[in-house]
Design a protein around this ligand. Structure first.
Ligand SMILES: [Zn+2]
Length: 344
């Protein structure tokens, strides 16, 4: 029987309950670990995170959450496990890579490796457990992540294959596709919103993933509601892949949460009218613990940290309900669809 691979062990699908598919327990950039202003202690961070998670469980019935943090963005297996223990939340950890631009994702060490070597990392993270600080942990990842795009207002450059996918991102995509074929687990992608104004990044990623054998039915395209058209989203659904509604309550590249929420709610309802309710999953992309040092002008506090954990239920669900998207539709996007995608 298919199971969902949470960090403290596999769980049966019917135990997953309400599931958020794209969050970050800790969000940090490489180098932060030797900053005098950024000391970090697993116990106190897990205590803080655990409290927030328990509130989400008791007040809104959230049972399961994917920590979609790739290793180079601060993934911390002990912190994930300890937060799961303290809260009772099922937390799914991630293996894979962030985008190569701005020198954030795919560290130089991994840029030198072959597709086969990358694939082995992904498979062993899921089947044996993740490595942290040169040590093997018993904590297994339960989903793969691939990414394209920069972290700026500029679009990603066109890569060597005529797509807005860099040379190392292309390798990471192919490694994930091959690992997905072996394992059967889901792949969740990060895309750059600005790229959606020039191409369909979801289709470009699916082209690469499917060339190397990935099952599009197990692919979730992330950040696809920030700067897209409904036609672009429909094209992804027609390919058999799923769409992630993220940044609920977080006005990424928009003037207000109100503005982006309304755009997303309208597109969600248009997709439901086109009969694609079974392709949608929801999340915030929330940072539960900010590991990027003190808040300054250069490193400002972010909406990803500030959005209330109940916002989806208190603010976004009522907005959807007014458009005819009610309790049974919410059950699909928060429970049934994530279970189907995460189980393998
Ligand atoms: Zn994210």
């Amino acid at each position: 029987m298919a199971k969902i691979r949470a960090v403290l062990g596999d769980i049966s699908v019917d135990k997953a309950g309400i599931t958020l598919t794209h969050e970050h327990l800790r969000y940090a950039y490489a180098g932060c670990e030797y900053d005098h202003h950024n000391l970090f202690d697993v116990e106190s961070a897990a205590s803080q995170i655990g409290q927030t998670l328990r509130n989400g469980m008791s007040q809104h019935g959230i049972r399961t959450m994917v920590d979609l943090t790739p290793p180079e963005l601060g993934r911390h297996p002990d912190l994930i496990a300890e937060s799961a223990r303290r809260s009772g939340m099922n937390i799914i950890a991630t293996t894979g890579f962030y985008g190569e631009h701005n020198a954030i994702g795919i560290p130089y060490y991994w840029r030198r490796k072959s597709i086969e070597y990358l694939e082995e990392l992904l498979v062993r993270d899921v089947t044996e457990g993740m490595v942290y600080d040169y040590k093997q942990t018993p904590y297994k990842a339960g989903i793969l992540k691939v990414s394209t795009g920069a972290l700026t207002a500029e679009p990603s450059p066109v890569g060597p294959h005529g797509r807005r996918i860099g040379v190392y991102e292309d390798r990471a995509l192919r490694a994930a596709a091959r690992a997905q074929r072996k394992l059967g687990c889901a792949i969740n992608t990060h895309t750059h919103p600005v790229d959606w104004t020039l191409t369909n990044p979801g289709i470009e990623m699916l082209d690469v993933l499917e060339e190397d054998g990935a099952d599009p039915g197990k692919v979730i395209i992330g950040h696809c509601f920030i700067k897209s058209t409904t036609d672009q989203l429909e094209a992804i659904c027609k390919r058999g892949a799923c769409l992630q509604i993220d940044h609920i309550g977080i006005p990424w590249m928009h003037e207000s949460a109100e503005q982006l929420d309304e755009i997303m709610a309208r597109q969600i309802c248009e997709l439901v009218d086109l009969d694609y309710l079974d392709r949608l999953v929801f999340s915030y992309d929330r940072f539960f613990f900010h590991g990027r040092g003190p808040v300054t002008k250069e490193e400002p506090d972010q909406f990803n940290t500030r959005v209330p954990f109940g916002y989806l239920f208190d603010k976004f669900a009522p907005r959807l309900k007014k458009k005819g998207f009610g309790a049974s539709e919410l059950q699909s996007v928060l429970v049934d669809n994530p279970w189907r995608l995460l189980a393998f």
